[in-house]
Design a protein around this ligand. Structure first.
Ligand code: NAD
Length: 496
């Protein structure tokens, strides 16, 4: 059986661990390979490699760092089909969706090619007589990226390009469920000319994550995953003095007002609810229908669901399998909960017919109407192809519902009323908002992140916040002495 190795110092690294974890092909339901799970000692070797590479990389000119980013961008664009095939084989998402994920990662690479512009400081002349002030930004050192299973390429690419372009050395700990994409990216970075040790990949589970959180040689942690783990990462790493951004889970609502075009809203709900089998932190999982449109909207959505095809993502279909059998069964369990809690299952994904192997981790698109907000179906992040409908009487009821959620990642409103949309944008307590856009993932030159339990830490991912996260600012106050600066004065310096 093939074993996925770590990537250290520009080459594969076996490490000292005998522990491995299975990597499935979710559409076949078989173990495709194993992945090594790093020990504390393996992590220490990775931190030592990154620490050794850091000083020379931090001193490398902006022009050279930018040149490597440009080469990496070209290589990634040329070979994205190869990466998409890895994503489909280890995650299950259909090929077109895998290519979409890569293109959103490429955006961040392109943003990072403008690092000379992004790292420019500020300069103020003559802030006091003969005194100038300016600012510079410096890299942090060794930074670690810990990523989830659902975007094995895009989420690492939210962080790697900016961290590296800003002059840091990076250790990526990808999800052990689909580890190959990160290694592929690191190999490509080496081919693009990145010096050995600047980008390393360590595979593992809690043991390796804890080792990164504890290690004094790691300056910062960028984490993306479920809320309980994000909270743990934030609290543990910051208690060790590290800078942390920990992006957590979500439960995203789509509010449909009575004036909306219901056909377009139904299309959007399908795309955002069932794309990538609902395994997206920006998936729409709750449709909030403002009466009297709920019956019509539910009918339009269920009509469209009858046309969705489910199968092996390497074939031509709309939706692939879930990540593991265990996760599939957990998601399917919510359908039983829905019935017990008095909701009505309009379309039952357990009855799906599939264009794929019988042992794949299949669950079809599911629509549940009249979900009580007290039900676990409403409250939990299910992370599967399950769309819940909650009916409300007014716009105000819809906004109150969204604002009562402990999550605040994404939300969307569907309406043609500009005033209502503007009011929603101002009143809703969520970090990323779509106005007639169901998956409002900001472009790379804005920043990505939610509010409340969807983000622990002050700075979001990529965009301007990403540049800030991976650098520290120095403010320099400077004067060239002349006789007018002389004299004894023990008072606190004042600007003159
Ligand atoms: P997860 O929290 O199980 O795992 C994320 C990472 O943490 C993995 O690398 C994993 O190995 C590690 N990990 C798991 N358990 C750990 C533990 N006990 N201690 C230390 N490390 C541990 O998440 P997942 O299932 O891989 O991904 C899905 C979750 O990620 C969903 O909740 C989804 O909403 C969230 N997500 C959020 C965003 C966002 O931007 N907010 C983006 C993508 C995914």
């Amino acid at each position: 059986m093939d074993i996925v190795k770590h990537w250290l110092n520009g080459e594969p690294f076996v490490g000292g661990s005998a522990r491995t974890s299975p990597v499935y092909d979710p559409a076949l339901g078989t173990v495709a390979r194993e992945v090594r799970l790093a020990t504390v000692a393996d992590v220490a070797v990775a931190v030592a490699a990154a620490s050794a590479a850091f000083p020379a990389w931090a001193e490398t000119s902006l022009a050279k760092r930018q040149g490597i980013m440009f080469r990496f961008r070209e290589l990634l664009n040329e070979r994205k089909q190869d990466l998409a095939e890895i994503l489909t084989a280890e995650h299950g998402k259909v090929l077109s969706d895998a290519l979409g994920e890569i293109s959103r990662g490429l955006e961040v690479v392109e943003f990072a090619t403008s690092i000379p512009q992004l790292l420019k400081g500020e300069y103020s002349e003559n802030v006091s007589s003969g005194v100038d002030v300016y600012s510079t930004r410096e890299p942090l050192g060794v930074v670690a990226v810990i990523s989830p299973f659902n975007f094995p390429a895009m989420v690492p690419l939210w962080f790697i390009p900016l961290a590296i372009a800003a002059g840091n050395a990076v250790i990526v700990k990808p999800s052990e469920k689909n580890p190959s994409a990160s290694v592929w990216i690191a190999e490509l970075m080496t081919e693009a000319g990145l010096p050995d040790g600047v980008l390393n990949v360590v595979h593992g589970d809690k043991e390796s994550v804890d080792a990164l959180l504890d290690h004094p040689g790691v300056a910062a942690i960028s984490f993306v995953g479920s809320t309980p783990i994000a909270k743990y990462i934030y609290e543990t790493a910051s208690s060790h003095g590290k800078r942390v951004q920990a992006l957590g889970g979500a439960k995203n609502h789509m509010l449909v007002l009575p004036d909306a075009d219901l056909d377009l809203a139904a299309d959007a709900a399908i795309n955002a609810g069932f794309g990538s089998a609902g395994e997206r932190c920006m998936a729409i999982s709750v449709l909030v229908a403002v009466e009297p449109v709920a019956d019509e909207l539910v009918a339009k959505i269920s009509d469209r669901m009858a046309r969705l095809t489910v199968g092996d993502g390497r074939r031509s279909c709309d939706m692939g399998p879930l990540i593991t059998r265990e996760h599939r069964d957990k998601v399917a369990g919510y359908l039983d909960t829905a019935t017990t809690d008095g909701a009505s299952i309009v379309v039952d994904g357990r009855d799906v017919s599939v264009d794929g192997e019988a042992n794949g981790f299949w669950l079809g698109p599911t629509l549940i109407d009249r979900v009580p907000t007290t039900s676990a179906v409403y409250q939990d992040e299910i992370f599967g192809p399950v769309l819940s409908v909650v009916r409300v009487a007014t716009y105000e009821d819809g906004v109150s519902l969204i604002n009562a959620s402990p999550y605040g990642n994404g939300t969307a409103i569907f309406t043609n009323d500009g005033g209502a949309a503007r009011r929603f944008q101002r009143e809703v307590q969520v970090g990323m908002i779509g106005i007639n856009v169901p998956i409002p993932v900001p472009v790379a030159y804005y920043s990505f992140g939610g509010w409340k339990n969807s983000l622990f830490g002050d700075l979001k991912a990529y965009g301007p916040d990403g540049v800030k996260f991976f650098t520290r600012e120095k403010a320099v106050t400077r004067r060239w002495l002349d006789p007018s600066h002389g004299g004894i004065n023990l008072g606190f310096p004042q600007n003159q």
